[in-house]
Design a binder for this molecule. Structure first.
Ligand code: C2E
Ligand code: MG
Ligand code: MG
Length: 785
C-alpha cells in the first residue's frame, strides 16, 4: 500500500501548493480591486465632484474638508488631502491624528505620471507608525507591515482657471453644455493614503472564503486521487509484496506474478525477469558445483602432494640419520668410529677438567691380526673384528663393576678407530687402578677361543692405558700416550695391559723414528742377510745355511730381526722385506754356484703373512729371475702358522712343493701341533726350537720333548734339525738321539755372504765336532750313545 500512500501524499502536496497559489492570487486580486475601489470613489460623476474644481479654485477648505470626510469614511483610508495645482495643501483629514504626521510631497507622488492619470506609489511607513494593523497583517506581517499606498487623483476642470476664479455656476454651465468641452484643466489633486494592513483586514472574509473553497477542492481532489491511486497501485502493491516474498525466500519458490490493467505488463516483465534470474541462479549453482568439484580435485591433488612431501621428508630424515650413522659409526662393527670417539673424548676431557675427575683411555690392538687377516682372508678378518667388538662391548657392558653413565660410577664406551685398533674409555673413575679391572675383563673376554670360518682362533690383545687428563690433556696427547703404552704392552710379551708412564714417551718417539726408518730401509739398502750354517755331524760339512735378515741402521747399528720383523709385520712391510730376503738369498746361491762353491740349500724364513694364494707365483718369479734351481731353496714357516692356516694356504704350500722348493717347519715345539696334524702338510724338514735344546738338561720335560720330536720326525720321514746348539753337552745329547744336522753358535754364528766360501769347504766343521766330542768325553755327562 505504500505506493498509494506516496501517491496520495504527492497529490496532497501538489493540491496544497496549488491551493496556496490560488488563495494568494485571488487575495492579491481582491486587494488591488479594493484599493481601486477607494480611488473610484473620487471619480464618481456626482455634483460634488463636478463642483470640486470650483472649491479648489475658491480655496474653500470647508467644502473640501466635507468632501474629504466622505472619502475618509471608506475603510483603510488613513488620510485624505486636497491640494491645488501647485501642490499646496488646501484641506487635509487624518483618521488617526496620532498616526503618521508626514504627508508626502506632491511632486514626489506625481513624478512620471501623466497629468490626467491616477498616481499610485507604495511606501513604507517609518517606525513607530508601521505596527501591523489587524490580525491578517499580524499573521503575515511582511505582507502589509506599515505599508501605505499614496494615491493621487487629478481634479479636472473644463473651465480655464487662468481666466479667473472658477465659480460653481460657470462650472455647472460648462458641465451641462451639450457640446463636450474642448480642453480640460488640472486645477488640483486629491491625495489618499490607503493602509495596506487595513485593506487586507477588510478582505479577510473573502480570503477565508477562498481558503474554504480551496480546502474543499483539495479534499475532493485527494479523495479522487486516493480512489484512483488505489485502483492503479493496488495491483502494483500486490506485485511488490509478491516480489518481496520471493526475495525473502531467496527465489526458492514458484511464484507467478499476476496483475490487472497496467500492472499486468509489469507482472509479465517480472515473471520473465524472475524466470531469467532462476535460470541464471541454476547456472550459477552448476558453476559452483563444478568449482567445488575442482576444488575437491585440487584438494586431493594437494593431499597427494602433501603425502609425497611427507614421504620425501621422512626419506630425508632417514638419509640424514644414515649419514649421521655413517659419519659417526663404524659400518663393520656398529661401534662409534674415530670421529665420534674424538668428539666424545674431547667432551669427557673437558668435563674431567672442570670436575677434577679422571678417566681412562684404553688403546687395544690385536696381536698378530694382520697375520690372520692375510692368511684367512679379509672376510674372515672382518668376522673376527665383529666378534672382537661384540665381546668388547659385552664385557664392558655386563661388568658388575660398571654402572650406568648417569650414575656416579664408571661408564664405559667402546669405539673402533680402524683396522684392529679399538678404544675403551672408562669415565668417572675414582682411582686409576679401576681401569685395570676393565682391561682384565677385556683380556679375558678376547682370550677365549673364537671360531671364525670354521677355524678356532685365539686372539690376544695388547692394551695400553692412559689416564686423562694426567697423561694427556687433549684427545691427541691422551691417544698418543695410550698408544705408547699399548706398544709397550706388545713389546713386553703381548696379551697384557700396561699403564702409560712418562718414560715411555721417549720409547715411543724412538719407535716412531724406527718405523719411518724401516720404511726407507729397503730403498737405502740397509738390510743385509747373514747366513748360519747347518752342519752334518757325520761329515762335518755344511748341508745348508739359514738366511737371517739384519738391519744395519745408520745410527743404531745392527738391529736384530726379533726387533724389527714384528714392526714390519704391523706396518705391512712383510711382503716387501720377504721378497727382498728371498731374492737376496737366491742371488747368493747363484753367486756361490758361479764361484763353484758347494751350497746345497739356503733356508729362508717366511713370515706367515706372506703365505697367500699368490705366494707360490711370486716365489717362482724370483727363482726364475735369479736362475736358481728350486731344490736349493727351503722355506721356513712357523708351527703356529701351520695351525692357523686354512685350505687356501695348504694349497699354496702344495704349489710351493710343486715348484720344487722344500718346506721346513721352524721353532717346532713352541706351538701345539700334533703328530697327525703335521702329516697333513707337505713338509720336508722339522727344526726343533733352540729353547728346548738349550734347556734339555734343566727340565725333564724339555728333554723328553726333544726326544719325542726326534722320534716323530724320524717316523714321518722328515729331516730333523736342532737349532740353537751352543754346547758340547747339547751336541752329544742330540747325537744320542740320532739327530744328524745341527745349527747353533757351537759351530758358527750367522756370517756374511763373503765368509760363506770358507765354511762351505767340505768337512769344514769336522775339527769342531771332534773338539766338542773330546770336551764332552772329558766331562762327566757323557752320553753312553
Ligand atoms: P729363527 O728362524 O729360529 O732363527 C734362529 C735364530 O736363532 C737366529 O736369530 C739365530 O741367530 C739364533 N741362533 C742360532 N744359533 C743360536 C744359538 O746357539 N744360541 C742362540 N741363543 N741363538 C741362536 P736371529 O737371527 O736373531 O733371528 C731371530 C728370528 O727372526 C728368527 O728365528 C726368525 O724367526 C726371524 N727371522 C730372521 N730372519 C728373518 C727373515 O729374513 N724373515 C723372517 N720372516 N723372519 C726372520
Ligand atoms: Mg728360522
Ligand atoms: Mg728357529
Amino acid at each position: 500500500m505504500f505506493l498509494v500512500g506516496k501517491y496520495a501524499r504527492v497529490v496532497l502536496l501538489i493540491g496544497l501548493v496549488m491551493g496556496t497559489v490560488v488563495v494568494w492570487a485571488v487575495s492579491a486580486r481582491d486587494f488591488d480591486l479594493a484599493r481601486a475601489e477607494r480611488v473610484s470613489a473620487l471619480q464618481k460623476p456626482d455634483l460634488w465632484q463636478a463642483l470640486l474644481p470650483a472649491f479648489v479654485s475658491q480655496r474653500d477648505s470647508e467644502q473640501l474638508e466635507r468632501q474629504l470626510g466622505v472619502l475618509l469614511e471608506q475603510p483603510a483610508v488613513r488620510y485624505a488631502v486636497a491640494l491645488d495645482g501647485a501642490g499646496d495643501v488646501l484641506a487635509s483629514l487624518v483618521r488617526d491624528p496620532g498616526a503618521d504626521p508626514s504627508l508626502p510631497m506632491l511632486s514626489g507622488l506625481r513624478t512620471g505620471v501623466p497629468a490626467l492619470a491616477v498616481g499610485q506609489r507604495a511606501r513604507a511607513l517609518p517606525a513607530p507608525f508601521n505596527e501591523p494593523r489587524g490580525w491578517l497583517s499580524q499573521l503575515f506581517p511582511s505582507l502589509a507591515r506599515g505599508k501605505v499606498s499614496d494615491v493621487t487623483v487629478p481634479i479636472i476642470s473644463p473651465v480655464n482657471p487662468l481666466e479667473g476664479i472658477i465659480t460653481s455656476e460657470a462650472l455647472l454651465a460648462s458641465w451641462a453644455a451639450p457640446e463636450a468641452p474642448g480642453s480640460v484643466f488640472v486645477v488640483g489633486y486629491i491625495a489618499l493614503g490607503i493602509d495596506h494592513g487595513d485593506l487586507w483586514q477588510s478582505l479577510r472574509d473573502d480570503i477565508a472564503l477562498t481558503i474554504l473553497y480551496c480546502v474543499i477542492a483539495l479534499s475532493l481532489a485527494t479523495a479522487l486521487a486516493g480512489f484512483y491511486g488505489r485502483h492503479l497501485f493496488g495491483s502494483l502493491s500486490e506485485l511488490v509484496e509478491s516480489a518481496r516474498e520471493a526475495v525473502s525466500k531467496k527465489l526458492n519458490t514458484d511464484i507467478e506474478f499476476r496483475a490487472k490493467g497496467e500492472a499486468a505488463h509489469i507482472a509479465v516483465l517480472l515473471n520473465t525477469a524472475f524466470a531469467e534470474l532462476k535460470r541464471y541462479r541454476a547456472n550459477l549453482n552448476v558453476d559452483r558445483e563444478l568449482l567445488n568439484l575442482k576444488v575437491e580435485e585440487q584438494g586431493s591433488v594437494i593431499t597427494e602432494r602433501e603425502q609425497q612431501l611427507t614421504e620425501a621428508r621422512t626419506e630425508v630424515t632417514r638419509t640424514r640419520e644414515d649419514l649421521h650413522k655413517m659419519a659417526y659409526y663404524d659400518s663393520l662393527t656398529g661401534l662409534p668410529n674415530r670421529r665420534f670417539f674424538n668428539e666424545q673424548l674431547n667432551l669427557l676431557l673437558k668435563i674431567c677438567r672442570r670436575e677434577e675427575s679422571i678417566l681412562a683411555l684404553m688403546f687395544i690392538d690385536l696381536d698378530n691380526f694382520k697375520r690372520i687377516n692375510d692368511s684367512l682372508g679379509h672376510s674372515a678378518g672382518d668376522l673376527l673384528l665383529r666378534e672382537v667388538s661384540a665381546r668388547l662391548a659385552n664385557c664392558t657392558r655386563t661388568s658388575d663393576l660398571l654402572g650406568h653413565f648417569t650414575d656416579r660410577h664408571i661408564s664405559v664406551e667402546v669405539s673402533r678407530l680402524g683396522g684392529d685398533e679399538f678404544t675403551v674409555v672408562a669415565n668417572n673413575l675414582k682411582d686409576p687402578e679401576e681401569a685395570a679391572n676393565v682391561a682384565k675383563r677385556a683380556l679375558k673376554a678376547l682370550g677365549a677361543p673364537m671360531t671364525i670360518d670354521g677355524h678356532e682362533l685365539i686372539v690376544t690383545p695388547s692394551i695400553g692405558i692412559a689416564i686423562g687428563p694426567r697423561d694427556g690433556k687433549d684427545v691427541e696427547s691422551l691417544v698418543r700416550a695410550a698408544d705408547t703404552a699399548m706398544y709397550q704392552a706388545k713389546t713386553t710379551g703381548k696379551n697384557n695391559y700396561v699403564y702409560y708412564t712418562d718414560e715411555m714417551s721417549t720409547t715411543n718417539m724412538e719407535r716412531l723414528q724406527l718405523e719411518s726408518d724401516l720404511r726407507k730401509a729397503v730403498e737405502r739398502e740397509e738390510l743385509m742377510l747373514h747366513y748360519q750354517p747347518m752342519v752334518s755331524l757325520a761329515t762335518g760339512s755344511v748341508v745348508g745355511v739359514e738366511a737371517l735378515v739384519r738391519w744395519l741402521h745408520p745410527q743404531r747399528g745392527m738391529v736384530s730381526p726379533g726387533e724389527f720383523i714384528p714392526l714390519a709385520e704391523e706396518m705391512g712391510l712383510t711382503l716387501e722385506i720377504g721378497e727382498w730376503t728371498l731374492r737376496t738369498a737366491c742371488q747368493t746361491v747363484a753367486a756361490m754356484h758361479k764361484e763353484g762353491h758347494r751350497l746345497t740349500k739356503v733356508s729362508v724364513n717366511i713370515s706367515p703373512i706372506a703365505i697367500s694364494r699368490s705366494f707360490a707365483e711370486r716365489v717362482n718369479n724370483i727363482l726364475n729371475s735369479t736362475g736358481v734351481d728350486p731344490k736349493h731353496i727351503e722355506l721356513e714357516i712357523t708351527e703356529n702358522v701351520l695351525m692357523e692356516t686354512d685350505a687356501a694356504s695348504i694349497e699354496s704350500l702344495r704349489q710351493l712343493k710343486k715348484l720344487g722348493v722344500s718346506l721346513s717347519i721352524d721353532d717346532f715345539g713352541t706351538g701345539y701341533s700334533s703328530l697327525s696334524y703335521l702329516s697333513h702338510f707337505p713338509l720336508d724338514t722339522l727344526k726343533i726350537d733352540g729353547s728346548f735344546v738349550q734347556d734339555f738338561d734343566k727340565s725333564a720335560n724339555n728333554k723328553s720333548l726333544v726326544e719325542a720330536i726326534a722320534a716323530m720326525g724320524a717316523s714321518l720321514d722328515l729331516r730333523v734339525i736342532a737349532e740353537g746348539v751352543e754346547t758340547s753337552e747339547q751336541l752329544m745329547f742330540l747325537r744320542g738321539l740320532k739327530l744328524d744336522i745341527i745349527q747353533g753358535y757351537l759351530f758358527s754364528r750367522p756370517v756374511t755372504a763373503p765368509k760363506l766360501p770358507f765354511i762351505l769347504e767340505k768337512g769344514y766343521f769336522r775339527p769342531k765336532i771332534t773338539q766338542a766330542m773330546i770336551v764332552d768325553t772329558s766331562g762327566l755327562k757323557l752320553d753312553p750313545a
